[in-house]
Design a protein around this ligand. Structure first.
Ligand SMILES: [Zn+2]
Length: 476
């Protein structure tokens, strides 16, 4: 009897769709429950209708049934630190995200007008969910084009009001905001009800940003400093070095001389790490509700740079992106300087991993983010790398998974509609061949993705990858 649904489709204006059922699957629903074997999940339209032990499940007639025996179902993944997803030149990246089970991203440098962008892209299919930041809000002489410069407190407040009006989900704050401007932005954002997320500016400590209500800190900016018993001296020294690097009147000799000072300050942070100081900072993050998105893959990328030309994922990149990635992080440096920077990155990576593990044990909230579109940080594939790095840093596989699912949804204020596999939530799901709680690398064993209720079996995911590859050739 299909008359009724068709009638409903006509009256309700929505297309009737066949229910989708995944039977006898092990469900890892994103909550603390862990894995529940032999469950049946019923999806109706774009919602999860029921999650029940398979023997009790009521399978709707005419439903499309997938056999989940031996397989694992997890919530759709979110990459919580990305760039370029709203940029038309990088719109192909969404194919790579979806093919890798990443159903949504937090974009850390959004368009000037989020509302206008959403209206223009409302019919994009397949549609990637985007939690959209404002453009980068920075102080004078910003390093990134398209940043909004806020040089005065008034400009800071104006920017917050404008971005709130235009529908940005949050204000992205950046490294070179002057103190006063930063505090004005934080105050205005609090007044109008929009979160601020991003770097801790050079002019502040991590504790100050946390106290000012910054909702997330990216790349552990100023966090290793805040774990040192010499924080104040280190921050002052860093500001001095930064002033030389950024100073319009600095000579090349002065900049060259500042290089070794930079390596020394990195070493000093590690040498003066003090667990009591660190724990006090972590307790402050917990109390203030400050989340951390450590983007370990970005640091890792700087060690692995440049990638081997054999990396099979490189075929999805266009020539122009390849050129940027091939140049990588250090190609411009003389060999000796390059080796020293890589050595310093390696130590920093170990230190940051240690801090992430410690923060996790101290119950600081953690988000999985890749900083993709930076060289060697792949859209989609990279999120799986980040999950593995989080586990290496000390998170349990379940906690790592939650950092990209339930916790991501909670962070965005969307836990009522996504983030876990529970009745009533949006049907964004990933079906895996192997158990990710046994080995986090198994998040890569993707058998199918369900995005907004629509099923992409493995063959469709491979087709998305083939499309991305074809687009890459066209873009050359
Ligand atoms: Zn970033």
């Amino acid at each position: 009897m299909r008359l009724l649904p068709i009638l409903c489709a006509l009256l309700c204006g929505t297309a009737w769709s066949q229910a989708l059922v995944i039977q006898r699957v092990a469900v890892i629903d994103g909550t603390d429950r862990g894995a529940r074997p032999e469950m049946t999940v019923v999806i109706d339209g774009n919602r999860i209708a029921a999650v029940t032990p398979w023997k009790q499940a009521r399978v709707p007639r005419d439903a499309q049934v997938l056999d989940g025996t031996g397989k694992f179902l997890i919530p759709g993944l979110w990459d919580m630190h990305t760039h370029g997803t709203t940029d038309l030149r990088a719109s192909w990246s969404r194919l790579l995200f979806i093919a890798n089970g990443v159903v949504g991203v937090r974009d850390m440098s959004g368009p000037a007008d989020a509302g206008a962008w959403r209206a223009a892209h409302a019919s994009d299919r397949p549609r990637l969910n985007i939690y959209m930041g404002s453009p980068i809000v920075d102080g004078p002489n910003p390093p990134w084009p398209d940043s909004i410069v806020a040089a005065t407190e008034a400009e800071g407040r104006e920017t917050v009001d404008q971005q709130k009006q235009r529908g940005a989900d949050f204000i992205k704050v950046y490294t070179w905001l002057p103190r006063g401007v930063y505090f004005a932005i934080a105050d205005e954002a609090h007044k109008v009800g929009i979160p601020i997320e991003g770097h801790v500016p050079d002019a502040l400590s991590a504790a100050e940003a946390s106290d000012a209500g910054q909702k997330s800190i990216e790349h552990l900016t100023q966090v290793a400093e805040g774990c040192s018993r010499e924080e104040t001296a280190i921050l002052n020294e860093q500001r001095g070095i930064n002033a030389i690097f950024r100073g319009p009147n600095s000579t090349v000799e002065e900049k060259m001389a500042a290089g070794p000072r930079w390596a020394a300050i990195e070493a000093r942070k590690i040498d003066t790490y003090d667990d009591a100081v660190a724990q006090a900072l972590f307790a402050r993050f917990v109390k203030n509700g400050t989340w951390q998105c450590p983007t370990l893959s970005l640091l890792r990328a700087q060690i692995d740079d440049p990638l081997s030309p054999e990396d099979p994922r490189l075929k999805y990149l266009s020539k122009d992106v390849r050129a940027t990635w091939d140049a990588g992080y250090y190609k411009h440096l003389p060999r000796a300087a390059r080796l020293s920077v890589v050595d310093s990155s390696r130590k920093q990576f170990a230190e940051f991993s240690k801090i992430v593990g410690s923060m996790y044990r101290a119950k600081v909230r953690i988000l999985a983010g890749t900083d993709t579109m930076n060289p060697q940080c792949f859209p989609g594939f990279g999120l799986h790398d980040e999950l593995a790095l989080l586990v290496e840093a000390g998170l349990s596989p379940l906690a790592a998974l939650q950092s990209a699912t339930r916790d991501a949804a909670e962070f965005m204020g969307q836990l009522n509609r996504r983030g876990t596999i529970e009745a009533g939530k949006t049907a964004d799901l990933v079906l895996l061949d192997k158990d990710p709680l046994m080995d986090i690398h198994n998040t890569r064993s993707i058998q199918a993705v369900i995005l907004d209720g629509k099923l992409f079996p493995r063959a469709s995911l491979d087709a998305l990858l083939a499309d991305a590859q074809e687009l890459a050739v066209k873009r050359n």
